[in-house]
Ligand binder design. Structure first.
Ligand code: PMV
Length: 317
């Protein structure tokens, strides 16, 4: 029995689109911050006499589709370890599931870490990152602490690594905590298949990633923030241009982007981003985070979070 804890990450340069669905290779690289809040804790216990894997998610038995996603990852661990045993997986998320806060990132990073250990594999962080990738693209990055970059790669070695850069905080504005309507998997597929702008998005993301890595190397928060906001708006633009269209941002989300622009006009430097859901994540320098949170507090519940640890095994409590 092995237990691991992992944290979600929020991308500054987004992963949106796969080059290979089976291997989960992204169309472009991405860059994110692993958070210090909203962990997922997952325990994997081998049950050799069981006929199938089973999954408890937040205290309830999971749906067959959720179990299938876990089994797909466990099948890879079984292949790597030579074991045929099934497993019982018990997982708990501290963040609202499915609201665009990347609980799949912390979930699959924790599952990869706990499952590798339960099946007797001693994997490096890079190999855990490769494994987590097969569950969910964004999980590739949650293996690493703080800023992490996922190299697109063109084969199954595709994984993330940690990057150093400016220190900053994230102010999460929860404008809507209900479950999102279209999964990121389906929405990515639809975007790539139908948007006339998809190839431009992929090309521009690769360029923005290079510029963002340069901003990290230069310790340049302003440049990193500008690139973050424009990349997020480009991602939502390409998503909205799918057929039928998908819109994750609501009027309340847009109100947060407007408020962030006003903060900048008032000299409080902040930049906004949003994943596949309506919640908006604002970045600021550490010293400004409380002031930014206070100014945005009228628009939704806010949480100030910072850089957090990579996925790790924990001892049973
Ligand atoms: O890997 P998924 O299915 O969690 O997709 C992640 C998509 C975004 O959160 C919108 C972008 C990203 O890079 O995390």
């Amino acid at each position: 029995m092995s237990t691991a804890r992992a944290y979600p990450n929020i991308a500054l340069i987004k992963y949106w689109g796969k080059a290979d669905e089976e291997l989960m290779l992204p169309a472009a690289g991405s860059l994110s911050l692993t958070l210090d809040t909203f962990a997922t804790t997952t325990t994997v216990t081998l049950v050799p006499e069981a006929d199938d894997d089973s999954l408890e998610l937040n205290g309830a038995e999971a749906t067959p589709e959720q179990v299938r996603r876990v089994t797909r990852l466990l099948d890879i661990v079984r292949e790597w370890s030579g074991s045929t045993a099934h497993a019982r997986v018990v997982t708990r998320n501290e963040a609202p599931t499915g609201a665009g806060l990347a609980s799949s990132a912390s979930g699959f990073a924790a599952l990869a870490t706990a499952a590798a250990d339960a099946y007797g594999l001693d994997l490096s962080a890079r190999d855990l990152s490769r494994l987590a990738r097969r569950g969910s693209g964004s999980a590739t990055r949650s293996i690493f602490p703080g800023l992490a970059m996922w190299h697109a790669g063109d084969d199954e070695s595709s994984c993330a690594e940690d990057v150093s850069g400016p220190d900053f905080r994230m102010i999460i504005v929860f404008v809507d905590e209900s479950h999102k309507s279209v999964t990121s998997r389906e929405a990515m597929r639809r975007t790539a298949a139908t948007s006339p702008f998809h190839s431009a998005w992929v090309e521009s993301t690769a360029q923005s990633l290079d510029l963002a890595l340069q901003a990290c190397a230069d310790d340049d928060f302003t440049r990193l923030g500008q690139l973050t906001e424009s990349n997020a708006l480009r991602m939502h633009a390409v998503i909205q241009s799918a057929e039928p269209p998908i819109r994750y941002l609501t009027a309340r989300s847009i109100a947060v982007f407007d408020a962030v622009e006003r903060l900048r006009e008032d000299g409080l430097e902040a930049y906004a981003t949003a994943d596949a859901g309506p919640n908006v994540v604002v970045i600021s320098r550490p010293a400004d985070a409380d002031a930014v949170a206070e100014r945005l507090g009228d628009l939704g519940r806010v949480a100030v979070v910072g850089p957090g640890p990579g996925a790790a095994l924990i001892s049973e409590e």
